[in-house]
Design a protein around this ligand. Sequence first.
Ligand code: MOS
Length: 750
Amino acid sequence: MSDFAPITAPARQRQQASIGQPLKRQEGVVKVTGAAVYAADNHPNGMLHAVMAVATIANGRVSALDVEAAKAHPGVVEVMTPANRPALAKDPDDRDDPFMFRLDLLQNDRVRYANQAIAVVIAETFEAATEGAALLAPRYDVEIPRLDMNAGEAFVPDAVGPGFPSAAHVGDVEAGLAGASRRLEATYDTPAQYHNPMEPHAIVAVWDGDKLIIDTPSQAMTIARGRLAGLFGIDADDIFIRSPYLGGGFGCKGAMMSPQVLGILAAKLVGRPVKLVPTRAQMYGPLGHRGATRQTLRLGMDEAGKLTALSHHTRTTSSVFDEFFEPASNISHTIYASPAISTTHDAVRVHTGTPMFMRAPGEASGSVALESAIDEAARACGMDPLAFRLANYAEHEPISGKPFSSKRLRECYAQAAERFGWRKRLLEPRSMRDDNGLLVGWGVGTASFPVVMFEAEARAILRADGTGVVETGAQDMGQGAWTALAQISADSLKLELDRTVFNAGASDLPDAGVAGGSGHTATVGNAIDAAGRDVIAKLVEMAIADPDSPLHGVAADQVVARWGRLEVVDDGVRGENYADVLRRAGVAEIEGHGRGRADADVAERYAMHAHGAVFAEVKVDPDLGQIRVTRMVGAFAAGRVINPRMVESQFFGAMIWGLGFALHEKADIDARTGRIMNADLAEYRVPVNADVGSIEALVVDEDDPHVNVLGIKGVGEIGVTGTAGAIANAVWHATGKRVRHFPIGIADML
Ligand code: MOS
């Protein structure tokens, strides 16, 4: 046995796990002071400005463009049209990967939707490019656009998303309906919605020979690089993406979109750096949206209010040239127990841009219909809406029969109901008023979102001075992911947060996969955790093999890392600092690697979802029909919480999004031209502070031993589900009016 080393006690007060601390965003100050450099803030030497000219028709051909007039404008350098657009190695209409959407890159004169780019003007100034684009004065051969998803031929997609067949069945729905003592059939309409991140898909593109350097916001840099490598016929390793800050994403930055690639093409055409920033109006078309849905639900109930059958059909849209389907019916797979379930989808092609992932794609619109229908079913059975939901509580996942990896939905209902005061609710609609005579309504909705993991890698480094560095390409859309990941980084190396550097946000770091599906922290966090453990294991090996270490000869599994020290388990005395191990070995640093991804065996055995319950209070003016959401209380069980402050803020943001779904968001499409009439933030309404009354989000403790090593489920999107339904149900309770289309407005109250 070697001698005991002198005890060098680090400052004890700093020694606490970073995971679980309600830390503030690490990049918060640089963001609010304007020091954070977003994509459009980059101005490389010699940079030109590109502006898209976009179609004002939704279907037809461009018959004339006055390129000469645009080129004659002072400051205009070049006009890119199908005639001179640089050649691509791959047809933008080829698609061999679910993440690689078909693009509009001036491949011909065809117009497939309004706001599609028809030319790009490149100029010395933004103003000159804008004026040049206006001078193009396009003419069109106009064809009648197809815009009505309830007319025309529908088709059944093979799949409604990666890994989701478009139909699923268990039991015999028709028999279940036939045998029911009460039945409900209802159809709900949800509109097309647009993502509207604060920051548009800006790009600054620089070509250096065949190497490409871009600043652009991306939720998935490796997918972006793969797409660009294919289009330009270059090696993905020759593409460098910086994406340090994102001003929101919500799904629309999950793939490289047409305007970004047009910026790169423009830079290639003129041989100079180019910046292209879509205007807000141009965001409504080429950059994705949530497709409209018409959902028909059929429910059967027995005498006790238990479901005998649940059928959920979704009609949605895709574009005329590509496929993405809002998988809204899939929410009915999970939440309510029913011996028979049938979910189906079909779609009609319309002349809009291709729909895309948008915050809780499928679950958001599906949930609003399902939660409305469940409420209507409770009414048909004369039951309290919460009691009805508890009567139909799913103990295992209904569609698959699998056990849940964990499910604390009952606790969510109980805690949120208690906090909200649900027991004082009167059963009858139109039975509650406040002191000012406003109608008061209380509603509930169930929240559910699957545990999604992509694939990520991380590198952890322990340096000679005993400090750590963790690196991964992780994206932070503004949700605080980097802060949470830095907390995991520190804990993975068993170091204090201020002795760990966390680097992320560029494509030359290990691939962090996709910031989407509410799965980024789970995926990247587990990669980091594994990388840190890899480093510690290497360090332990070095120590126990070193005759000069106080740990020499100790079994590896008897050594633990604690706050910069290796110690013998349960000894607490014998050990030494990381730096001493490295110094004696003469090693500058130790590097470890880790990977995070879903475990297919676990997914085979368990249904994995986060759950929650949202209660909402609305007040409706009986004379004016004005609807106000005065209170919302949500409770969510989503596995391990890394940072309670960020998690609460995610729940708030998602619940507010749900409020917008219920009462605000809708793209108004001109039925004749296919143009979106409210393509701006003044008239495309999203909730502002004045729309949000009291909001509370409770975190229900949940320890999930199956989902992944860290037990993280994901918190980004679940709050969108449940909330809109809760508000619709509260509106019904206040007024007795069941509105089956969204958003619900004043006109619906008259
Ligand atoms: Mo999202 S729709 O998971 O970015």
